[in-house]
Design a protein around this ligand. Structure first.
Ligand SMILES: C[S@@+](CC[C@H](N)C(=O)[O-])C[C@H]1O[C@@H](n2cnc3c(N)ncnc32)[C@H](O)[C@@H]1O
Length: 404
């Protein structure tokens, strides 16, 4: 057996230079919890492709204790994990080999679940040309390893199997006309996409998402969620390949580090934690998307009121700029002048440093600001503004200048 060189050098966080973005335990639990509970889903066995030190397998076995796991890695690191748990066996082998899935199915049978956090890296060589069989021939000089791992993971499954696979967003750009997302939906049964925060994988930043597949159910659309730091998950809607591509691959999701953005200006944006229906039960009054219309001016004074001392309420306070996060009319905006109110999960409150507030408000409430906000919205029917787009979109440079 080869030495576990890369992992031994890098430690449990992995080595980002080798595309190793190790899964932190909480993220592993979150992703495993997305599997649908189905009775009669084969034998319940799981295969972990590129298992590393076993973060995903460990989370899986925690939630599915009655099952067994086959861990595969090119590095012998997984052997250590497998030795400690009688439900596991370890196979040291390359996942990239064309006949990998056939061989695994012959030796170990079909699997009910596949999990994988593949190396985020590209490889060259004719042996990976099977990627073209799935996603179209573009005569690439190099191939994304993650796409090969996804093909192998789906091919190891029974016809009812489910898979959870991490993927950097740049891997989705392979091929023409959203080929990867279309194949994920139509052939692999993609049903959920969870867009991850930039620092999901500990200290190394990477734009990535988790893709949850249900092989028996090819579909036209998948549910799109955004995961924030702290791992709160927000549902944003049900989207087809074109919409998913614009949400995941357009430049508005990635910031130029020198650009003037809400993040760069030191502002923060938060949405409420409760829906309007939930807030109705716990608070006499609150600010929702429909409240913009109720205030005759964009400057809002809330009458005084007592609110439950509830840490889960997100309060709009004097100085906060309020904008709708979702809804038919995203053009509204308001600034709080007096009083406080809880906000719903459909409203963002933007808190900015004192010296920037009036410039920012001038811009956000202007015609240009309305166009800017419209440009951030995703989704074809149910429009919404993802927090990442809001925080990372470029603003007019003069907002940052003191002589504005
Ligand atoms: C990002 S790490 C993931 C580790 C672990 N699954 C986790 O989630 O933290 C990717 C793993 O893929 C393994 N790997 C890289 N190339 C491989 C290949 N061709 N076949 C199998 N495993 C490979 C690496 O050794 C590494 O352990």
């Amino acid at each position: 057996m080869k030495k576990s060189s890369a992992w031994r050098r890098a430690g449990t966080a992995g080595d980002p230079r080798l595309g190793q973005f190790a899964t932190p335990p909480l993220l592993a639990r979150l992703i495993i919890s997305r599997f649908r509970k189905v009775s009669g889903n084969g034998n319940g066995k799981v295969i972990d492709l590129g298992c590393g030190p076993g973060a995903l397998a460990s989370a899986f076995l925690e939630q599915h204790s009655e099952t067994s796991a086959t861990l595969v890695d090119i590095d012998s690191i997984g052997a250590k994990f497998a030795q400690l748990d009688a439900r596991c066996n370890f196979v040291q082998r390359s996942v990239l080999k064309k006949n990998f899935a056939d061989r695994m199915r012959k030796e170990y049978g079909e699997f009910s679940y596949a999990i994988s956090n593949p190396p985020f890296i590209s490889f060259s060589g004719p042996s990976l040309s099977y990627i073209e069989d799935h996603f179209g021939n573009i005569q690439a000089k190099s191939y994304r390893a993650e796409l090969a791992f996804a093909i192998q993971a789906i091919s190891c499954l029974s016809s009812q199997g489910q898979a959870a696979i991490f993927m950097p967003l740049k891997a989705l750009k392979y091929g023409k006309d959203n080929a990867v997302l279309k194949v994920f939906l139509n052939s692999f049964g993609l049903h959920e996409v969870l867009r991850l925060p930039a620092k999901a994988f500990r200290s190394a930043e990477v734009e990535a998402a988790a893709f949850i597949f249900d092989k028996a159910r090819p579909r036209r659309k998948a549910r799109y969620y955004t995961v924030e730091e702290g791992l709160t998950v927000t549902y944003n809607g049900w989207f087809d390949a074109a919409d998913l591509s614009s949400l995941l691959c357009s430049s508005k999701s990635g910031a130029d580090e020198n650009a003037v953005t809400l993040t760069a200006l030191g502002t923060s944006a938060r949405r409420g934690r409760h829906s309007a229906n939930e807030l109705e039960k716990i608070s006499e009054s609150f600010f929702h998307t429909t409240s913009f219309r109720k205030h005759s001016s964009q400057e809002v004074c809330f009458p005084s009121g007592m609110f439950k001392n509830d840490a889960s309420l997100v309060m709009a306070e004097p100085g906060d700029i309020l904008i709708p996060r979702v809804g038919r009319c995203l053009d509204n905006a308001a600034i709080v002048v007096e009083g406080v109110r809880p906000i719903t999960d459909c409203v963002f409150k933007i808190a900015s440093p004192d010296h920037l507030r009036s410039r920012l408000w001038q811009f956000i409430s202007s015609e240009k600001g309305i166009m800017w906000r419209r440009s951030l919205a995703g989704g074809s029917c149910a429009k919404f503004i993802p927090k990442r787009a809001l925080m990372c979109a470029t603003l007019p440079v003069d907002i940052a200048l003191s002589n504005y």
